[in-house]
Design a protein around this ligand. Structure first.
Ligand SMILES: *[C@@H]1O[C@H](CO)[C@@H](O)[C@H](O)[C@H]1NC(C)=O
Ligand SMILES: *[C@@H]1O[C@H](CO)[C@@H](O)[C@H](O)[C@H]1NC(C)=O
Ligand SMILES: *[C@@H]1O[C@H](CO)[C@@H](O)[C@H](O)[C@H]1NC(C)=O
Length: 706
């Protein structure tokens, strides 16, 4: 009798406990799914006890380092666990996480663009991260504590701090960050502790003058100028090149220093006073259940077993629905390929020029009035200039050849700079690209780039002839191609000029594909172009394509790329907008867009068309496999003069290139092969072709082999 009663009680307790754990422990399915993916991208380490890649309940089972509030994951603290791998690309779905700490590990990867968007504390210190700081940090308006110290973070800071007014502690120390301090540091009105020591920052620290700092360390950088009076006493400043003596009065016209409240209130306050789990923790539940079972009720044992099996399979079912976990291979694919130089130079901030002369100069500097004041210290050359095979030009030479950079000689303008046509005394005509000062600030970086470009040799890549680096001006001198760019040829020709015949279009696609294949697969290390577009494909008199801007990827701001994509340049792959980083696969995508331009004669983005047709890729892609639709899509300028077979094979290649999943896009060598086959078939059935009247070189002997 007693035994029976005991059994009944045990049964009841077991069911109640089991039920309550099911209710309280069920983690938000999206949060749970992200953590499972994270487990995979971290290479499923054993240190993360209870974690699992395919199931489980992070909150209910008390996964290592995870804290929850209700069903939401609020803290991820994985410091010092010897973790490696990457953080994956889904952390931005963790909307409730306020504390993310992965410090003191061995990640050896880049900091991903996707991070929990509402974090208050972000600690990525001492974890072997390389690359740059992701621009997404600019949007973390709740951020109070940011620590990325003791990593290998490089390049100038592209993050904007305008929205980060809650940030009170920032630690950038012991990295390889360079360039001027961002002007948006001015917005850090809560900043208390700032550690910038042991980097390669340059320029002045004036932007910090009015912050309510209690602690500032800028030791061992390349700062110049004067230490602002406001910072004397709190700043540790050894190991820089300060100018001694009193600072000059601020130039007239400087806005009065807006002195923010210095008695800032402590924000540490809100650092989330332990969001405790409600109910009994998963571990406790297991303990109780087990001990009860051990006491002895066989019936209860069976029932509980049955129940728990069912509930865990329910969870599994639930979790299968959202976001299939990324395989680690896919994540691998999304990482940017080796970019020759990782210096990403911010264009968000106008650099504060260090002018040693007091009067402020407000006019635009032109070459007529080159500033000859001492320039902000040219760092010692570490580049082997012997490697640079290009000629060094003087500014004076280029000025004469371009008629002082007269607008009449302006032949192009891109995000990196303006291009001028230059006519030299010996009759030579060359193109001169004047690089925007916002894109490049450093003599050494420039020589590195010149050295790299001068080693690119391919018939379809613009040859570098020379360069000039004087007075803080950086110029590249290239061969000049009279026929202009493919963009102009396709989109800007007037009514009576001859349209590009179909076989010329195929030839241009093939040549450009070969150029890209060379950069991606022949050149070592593999080089991402980052800026494939018809305006960067120049045509010579025989309409052979020559790719320009190769080797200038480091001058293109990733954040700008994302921005560009969102505002619709039409060339950017989807992942460029999402991840802000370019890979050889995003080049392949952009190349597919250029092929679409060749096929349709349309620009990649055309705001004058009906909404459904504005984005060329979105409009054209669904129709690429439909012969009838294809015939309607083809550039009307071709007037039907093309072989249908060739068009449809061309369209097949495009469809491969513009796939939204980067890993499905073919390598450029496969694109080249496909286009070579196309040209060979075309040559065999030449009769079907129109005569290409706009081109003198009719056949491309290179592609003519059987
Ligand atoms: C969990 O997150 C959801 C959505 O973000 C929110 O609506 C809810 O209030 C959160 N719950 C708790 C207990 O914080
Ligand atoms: C940042 O992290 C490093 C490494 O863990 C630590 O030594 C340093 O004190 C932290 N900085 C701040 C401001 O907390
Ligand atoms: C500090 O915490 C108290 C109570 O928890 C809250 O009222 C106050 O607003 C907090 N202060 C700050 C600066 O967050």
């Amino acid at each position: 009798m007693r035994l029976l009663l005991l059994l009944a009680v045990v049964l009841l307790v077991a069911i109640l406990v089991n039920f309550s754990s099911f209710v309280n422990g069920d983690t938000d399915p999206s949060d749970a799914s992200v953590l499972r993916v994270l487990y995979t991208t971290l290479n499923s380490p054993g240190q993360l006890t209870k974690w699992s890649a395919n199931g489980g309940d992070p909150c209910g089972e008390s996964w290592t380092g995870i804290t929850c509030s209700g069903n939401n994951v609020t803290e991820i603290k994985l410091s010092g666990l010897g973790l490696s791998g990457s953080l994956g690309s889904q952390l931005d779905s963790l909307k409730s996480v306020t504390n993310f700490d992965i410090s003191n590990n061995n990640m050896g990867s880049q900091i991903p663009y996707q991070l929990p968007p509402n974090v208050q504390r972000l600690n990525l210190a001492s974890s072997g991260f390389s690359g740059g700081l992701p621009y997404s940090i600019s949007q973390m308006t709740s951020l109070q504590y940011l620590n990325v110290s003791h990593n290998q973070i490089q390049g100038s800071v592209i993050v904007s701090f305008d929205l980060l007014s809650a940030l009170n502690t920032l630690d950038f120390s012991f990295n390889s960050m360079a360039g001027n301090l961002p002007q948006s540091f001015r917005s850090l009105t809560s900043m208390n502790k700032m550690y910038l020591q042991n980097n390669q920052f340059s320029g002045t620290i004036d932007v910090l003058a009015n912050l309510p700092l209690g602690n500032l360390n800028v030791e061992n950088n390349q700062f110049t100028g004067w230490i602002p009076d406001q910072l004397k006493g709190i700043v540790q400043s050894n190991g820089n090149s300060w100018i001694s003596g009193p600072a000059p009065p601020p130039p007239p016209g400087t806005p009065p220093a807006n002195n923010p409240n210095r008695d800032h209130k402590s924000r540490e306050n809100s650092s989330n006073p332990g969001s405790k789990k409600s109910g009994i923790g998963g571990g406790g539940v297991a303990g109780i259940v087990i001990s009860i079972l051990v006491v002895g009720a066989i019936v209860a044992f069976f029932i509980i077993k049955k129940r728990s099996r069912r509930s865990s399979s329910d969870i599994e079912k639930l979790d299968k629905q959202p976001l299939a976990p990324l395989t680690s291979q896919k994540v691998e694919e999304l990482k940017p390929y080796q970019i020759s130089s990782t210096v990403s130079v911010g264009t968000f901030e106008t650099p504060t020029a260090v002018t040693l002369r007091p009067p402020p100069i407000d006019r635009l500097k032109s070459f007529d009035e080159v500033d000859i004041s001492p320039k902000p210290i040219v760092p010692p050359k570490k580049i082997n200039t012997a490697q640079i095979s290009a000629t060094q030009f003087s500014i004076a030479d280029l000025q004469i050849a371009t008629d002082s950079f007269n607008v009449e000689n302006l032949i192009g303008e891109g995000s990196i700079g303006r291009v001028y046509c230059a006519q030299f005394d010996d009759g030579k005509v060359l193109a001169v690209k004047k690089i925007n000062s916002s894109a490049l600030q450093n003599h050494e970086d420039f020589l590195n780039i010149v050295s790299e470009i001068s080693q690119l040799h391919h018939p379809n890549i613009i040859e570098l002839v020379g360069y000039c680096s004087e007075h803080g001006q950086y110029l590249l001198v290239h061969e000049f191609h009279k026929n202009g760019s493919l963009h102009d040829f396709l989109h800007l020709s007037d009514e009576d000029s001859k349209p590009l015949a179909w076989n010329s279009r195929v030839k241009i696609a093939l040549g450009a594909a070969r150029a890209l294949e060379y950069l991606h697969e022949v050149h070592s290390p593999s080089m991402v172009h980052k800026n494939i577009k018809s305006a960067n494909i120049l045509l010579d008199l025989e309409l052979n394509p020559h790719l320009s801007d190769s080797g200038l990827a480091s001058l293109i701001n990733d954040a700008d790329q994302a921005l560009n994509h969102n505002t619709g340049s039409g060339y950017g792959a989807p992942e460029v907008a999402m991840y802000g980083q370019c890979t050889i696969k995003s080049d392949v995508y952009s190349f597919g867009v250029v092929m679409l331009e060749l096929l349709t004669g349309r620009t990649p983005f055309d705001s004058e068309r009906p909404r459904s047709e504005q984005s060329l890729v979105r409009w054209a892609t669904p129709q690429l496999h439909d012969i009838d639709a294809l015939a309607k899509m083809v550039d009307p300028a071709l007037k039907g003069l093309y072989p249908v077979k060739s068009i449809s094979r061309f369209a097949d290649v495009i469809a491969l290139c513009v796939q939204s999943e980067p890993e499905f896009r073919p390598p450029m060598s496969e694109v080249v092969e496909a286009l070579v086959r196309l040209v060979q078939r075309a040559n065999m059935s030449k009769r079907t072709y129109s005569i290409d009247r706009s081109s003198r070189g009719e056949t491309d002997s290179q592609d003519n082999q059987p």
